[in-house]
Write a protein that binds this ligand. Structure first.
Ligand code: CP
Length: 314
């Protein structure tokens, strides 16, 4: 199921796989994320070719809480890639030094190639504009914790859906749980492209596009917001066209259901003003907290037998 498996795409995993993972995350939560020795002697390598705060540090925190050690880099600066070494050779080195490799890379579809090079399991910590499977697992887990279930809820996603990998994997994750319709709110030019729409239709989800959150907010149970992905535009001038084009103010939340929950993978910029933080809708900092038990569950299930994980908790 999980042992020694690469985690490259969310859709490689079944609902049952994910439920096993969430059960394990629940156990870590029940033990209040107490330090354990389940992964004592194991080494996790992190290779981040793009910036990160949450993903890299929560993986590191998870590994430390499980008794393991961490090596790695948070940018290519200071590595021998500055001397011309290829990313592929760099991955080969980490494969020799560690028991699991966590990689973030801006290239599309590069993880499969890296996984073929590595004997150790590889975890995709964000790949181009397409995949961020561990974030999607955190998002799904947060919804279960906040709403008690994933099915039977009305979902909206808002922002730069065209470029953001988090929201695309969130939508794919919902498809695994049988969600059939999702509302997309964005300027037309930031709507998901045709190939993504087709691929998600193939997975059984219809995307309904709107330009104004005010037109749909009253019927949503979960709203997933993403920032403008400025770094994905070919130039800053092009990105500037969309500055201020979607901002979730308190005013726009006036007709929201009382139990609406707002998720955001973070970092945020102007789209999510801090005035929303103190409302009952805000679930994004809880999402950050839930990333620890979920990533503890991912590491422990990939690196050891489930029985050993449970023994380690006794
Ligand atoms: N959610 C997320 O991927 O955040 P980071 O870019 O800080 O890792």
């Amino acid at each position: 199921m999980w042992k020694n498996r690469d985690l490259i795409e969310i859709t490689d995993f079944t609902r049952k796989d994910i439920e096993i993972l969430f059960k394990q995350a629940d156990i870590f939560l029940e033990t209040r994320l107490a330090p354990l020795k389940i992964l004592e002697g194991k080494i996790m390598a992190t290779a981040f070719f793009e910036p990160s705060t949450r993903t890299r540090l929560s993986f590191e925190a998870a590994m430390h809480r499980l008794g393991g050690s961490v090596i790695g880099f948070s940018s290519t600066a200071g590595t021998s890639m500055e001397k011309g070494e290829s990313p592929e050779d760099t991955i080969r080195m980490l494969d020799t030094y560690s028991d699991v490799i966590v990689i973030r890379h801006p290239g599309e579809g590069v993880m499969e190639g890296f996984a073929r090079l590595a004997k150790q399991p590889l975890i995709n910590a964000g790949e181009g504009q397409t995949n961020h499977p561990t974030q999607a697992l955190v998002d799904l887990y947060t919804i279960i914790k906040e709403k008690g279930k994933i099915e039977g809820l009305e979902y909206g996603v808002m922002g730069d859906v065209k470029h953001a990998r988090t929201v695309k994997d969130f939508i794919k994750g919902l498809s695994i749980f049988g969600i059939r319709e999702i509302t997309v709110v964005s300027p037309k030019k930031l709507a998901p492209d045709e190939s993504f729409v087709k691929s998600i239709e193939w997975r059984g989800i219809k995307l309904n596009h709107y330009e104004k959150i005010e037109d749909v907010i009253s019927r949503l149970d979960v709203l997933y917001l993403v920032r403008l992905q400025v770094e994905r535009f070919s130039n800053l001038r092009e990105a500037k066209e969309f500055k201020g084009s979607y901002i979730l103010t308190l005013e726009k939340l006036k007709s929201a259901k009382k139990d609406l929950r707002i998720l955001h993978p973070l970092p945020r910029t102007e789209e999510l003003p801090s005035e929303v933080d103190n409302t009952p809708y805000a679930a994004y900092f809880k999402q950050v907290f839930y990333s620890i038990p979920v990533r503890m569950a991912i590491l422990s299930l990939i690196l050891t037998d489930i029985e050993r994980v449970q023994e380690g908790l006794i």
